[in-house]
Design a protein around this ligand. Sequence first.
Ligand SMILES: Cc1ncc(COP(=O)(O)O)c(C=O)c1O
Length: 342
Amino acid sequence: MDWIDMRSDTVTKPTLEMRAAMASAEVGDDVYQDDPTTNRLEARAAELLGFEAALFITSGTMGNQLALMCNTRRGDEVIAGAECHIVMHEVGAAAVLSGANIRQIPYENGLPVPARIEAAIRPDDIHEPRTALVCMENALANGRVVPLDTMREIYTLAHAHGIPVHLDGARIFNAAVALGVDVKELTQYTDTLTCCLSKGLCAPVGAVFAGSREMVERARRYRKMLGGGMRQNGILAAAGLLALEKMPERLHVDHENARYMASLLQNVPGITLDLDSVEINMVFCKIDRELPFLEALPERMREHGVLIGGYEGGEFRFVTNHGVSRKDVEHTVAALQTVLSE
Ligand SMILES: Cc1ncc(COP(=O)(O)O)c(C=O)c1O
């Protein structure tokens, strides 16, 4: 069965061109830095993203944790948004891998507030942990896009206190497309970056960690420590290169489909959403029903050939992606309407 899969943009599959490039990729042992395709991907990623160097890694989670490992000592504190991926979805890795504490800063209207971040920076006091890193995320896991001015403010204030900044840019290209700017306009406001290749960009595996040459060499050692020395990974990097070169230019289609979906959902009785909050490929909505109906909704949608994520935080999330067309959006909304009217 051809499912309409709106659970996430991580479900995207490699394009035919990616599969062909993977089949013919030139490879070597990447732990010896001998893999020509991986070397090309890393050089190109550094250039496109505006950094001295980049490292091909297994996942976005690994990139964020490498940033924490590179920048902290045991007992240090990392400032991060209370709802960000590092806090919510990385299995408590900061405590396990870095021995770091995360100071969680609540957003306001779904966005980070620079003044709150500045207020959370610790003074030089023997009783307090050392603030070692400020983490940003863009686009945010809640589907919002952090404006450039806010990023600049956070970067400037962190540096004024001598604190480096890491950006979880799992969806950095979605943020750049939404803001209508080159991705380097955003990445200028961070010291290190995680950028995922296997979400809306369709690579089957992988992400990139980018930063100064020194930081990337430090991350290379930690990547090895985590079991991320991947040998002939040029086969994966070949798809990653195409993800970087070709896929960002089509992300606007996913964004348009998300807004289209939100505009249709707005007219469905019992569904509420904020159209203005639909900035990338994600639509969040509330459904005016009780449990257990809400918990059963994903199963009911499966009967109509649609996969959606579970009920979480009082909301449902729909993610448009390379495998979802405008017609699929219409089918999904119609299916939802049918299920709600039964
Ligand atoms: C904002 C954000 N950061 C990081 C990640 C982690 O990426 P991965 O699933 O490749 O570990 C995700 C995954 O969805 C994400 O949404």
